[in-house]
Write a protein that binds this ligand. Structure first.
Ligand code: URQ
Ligand code: ZN
Ligand code: ZN
Length: 480
């Protein structure tokens, strides 16, 4: 399989230059001006367009069993929708039920992901603790290429990790050279506020943000960062949604602590007025945690991206259709939490970030691909445009436009949080493993083509991460 992307401008996290890109048998074989056209090669005309590393979404939940139902997007439809949006790698989550063997859950998720159309990796959640969890973490790192473990500080009476679990698990991550990550909301406070609102007879989606105010996130972020700092472990905070948690990250980083922050495309552009929509289904469609916030918090998040205090963008793609959301018709705490985004993340970030002048081209690449690859040790196999890297690329048309809608998206959900938004700047072509899978509006995703990506732990993870993610740690490509 030989593909030549001709006439484009290559943009990486630190370079912008005119070059052709030759892909042979799934890897990048050459990058340079006026490359020879090998016999039989497919040719993509990229004149006037940017050739960038395929997007990496470090936060998805395909077909997640959650809150009494199962997310409507599965690993095939979700990764296919990602390819249509320029995303070529996801990092999803294995979430064992409390008491369930980590290895058993890992094998279950591996089975579900077998149908993926694009490459994938897994964070593994720590939702309970005993010696077997400690052992299984070692097995997952040493034998299965897991180098990140998730901790939900929210969701009391379900998957919430209490402080004792954080301390045990972060310590274990330190021993193993793995990165602990957290969903930072104080689950006890959320539960208390939920009960209070219900007791006042406030049962609709408008109560959702009232039960999870920014200080609930700021407290948990501070606690997780302090615990990690005390133990000498790095920490990655997922879906940072507000100034409260961003300030905690910024302060810790200024003290030299290895703290990383992720923000969601939705949190950058959608505000909490959506929960006051008169239409119940519409308001419930936006229920996800942490909730969408005020514009002031959106501005803070943009500054976080521009200042380098937030390093990645993601989607937390976790889909529930209207009939599933209706499980919470009489009680907002029963509305399955989650929204979609994998198909729109990159175009929304380009439209609101690059077109507005907030982000440079190279910062766009760093935030949608390269930084996630570096932090989770997939770089330079992923997140790079260089010889030897996987041929996962997106040909970006800065002038193309698209109006986002559930009526036309490829995501398996009947709702789109960006409904009606017209973006300028779209993925014209997506190449995955050297195959032309998104061809100017035609999707050629292949069920089962996705591969499980092993992510080695970092030898001496913390000194590497302490030197920030600029260090090229030995990865699969380097080791070959
Ligand atoms: O909390 C998460 O990240 C999962 C359960 C998706 N749902 C959500 O509301 N963010
Ligand atoms: Zn979360
Ligand atoms: Zn999530």
């Amino acid at each position: 399989m030989t593909l030549l992307i001709r006439g484009g401008t290559v943009v990486t996290h630190d370079e912008t230059y005119r070059a052709d890109v030759l892909c042979v048998d799934g890897q990048i074989a050459a990058v340079g001006p006026d490359l020879e056209v090998p016999a039989g090669a497919e040719i993509i005309d990229a004149a006037g367009q940017y050739v960038m590393p395929g997007g990496i979404d470090p936060h998805t939940h395909m077909q997640l069993p959650f809150m009494g139902t199962v997310a409507s997007e599965d690993f095939y439809t979700g990764t296919a929708a990602g390819l249509a949006g320029g995303t070529t790698t996801i990092i999803d989550f294995v979430i064992p039920s409390p008491g369930q063997s980590l290895m058993e859950a890992f094998e279950t998720w591996r089975g579900w992901a077998d149908k993926a159309a694009a490459d994938y990796a897994f964070h593994v959640a720590i939702t309970w603790w005993d010696d077997s969890v400690r052992e299984d973490m070692g097995t997952l790192v040493r034998e299965h290429g897991v180098n990140s473990f998730k901790h939900f500080m929210a969701y009391k009476n379900a998957i919430m990790a209490t402080d004792d679990i954080l301390v045990e698990s972060f310590t274990r991550c330190l021993e193993l050279g793995a990165v602990p990550t957290v969903h930072a909301e104080n689950g006890e406070l959320v539960y208390h506020l939920q009960q209070k609102l219900l007791a006042q007879g406030i049962t609709g989606p408008e109560a959702h943000p009232l039960s999870r105010p920014p200080q609930v996130e700021g407290e948990a972020a501070s606690r997780a960062i302090r615990i990690a700092g005390t133990l000498g472990a790095p920490i990655y905070v997922v879906h940072v949604s507000c100034k409260d948690s961003l300030d905690e990250i910024t302060y810790a980083r200024q003290q030299g602590q290895a703290v990383y922050g992720e923000c969601l495309a939705g949190h950058l552009v959608i505000d909490e007025s959506v929960y006051r929509n008169k239409d119940w289904d519409t308001a419930a469609g936006y229920v996800m945690s942490p909730p969408f916030r005020s514009k002031a918090h959106q501005d803070a998040l943009w500054k976080g991206l521009q200042s380098g205090n937030l390093q990645t963008t993601a989607t937390d793609h976790c889909c529930f259709c209207a009939e599933q959301k209706a499980m919470g018709k009489d009680d907002f705490t029963k509305i399955p939490n989650g929204t979609a985004g994998i198909e729109d993340r990159m175009a929304v970030l380009w439209d609101e970030g690059v077109n507005s002048g907030r982000l440079s081209l190279q910062e766009f690449v760093a935030l949608t691909s390269t930084n996630a690859a570096k932090i989770f040790n997939l770089y330079p196999r992923k997140g790079a445009v260089r010889v030897g890297a996987d041929a996962d690329l997106v040909v970006w048309d800065p002038k193309g436009t698209r109006t986002i809608s559930a009526k036309t998206h490829h995501q398996n959900i009947d709702f789109n949080i960006f409904e009606g938004k017209t973006v300028t700047g779209i993925p014209r072509h997506t190449i995955s493993q050297g195959k032309w899978v998104w061809r100017d509006g035609e999707l050629h995703a292949e069920r089962g083509a996705g591969r499980y990506l092993e992510r080695p732990a970092y030898p001496g993870v913390y000194d590497v991460l302490k030197r920030r993610a600029e260090v090229n740690t030995p990865t699969a490509v380097d080791r070959d």
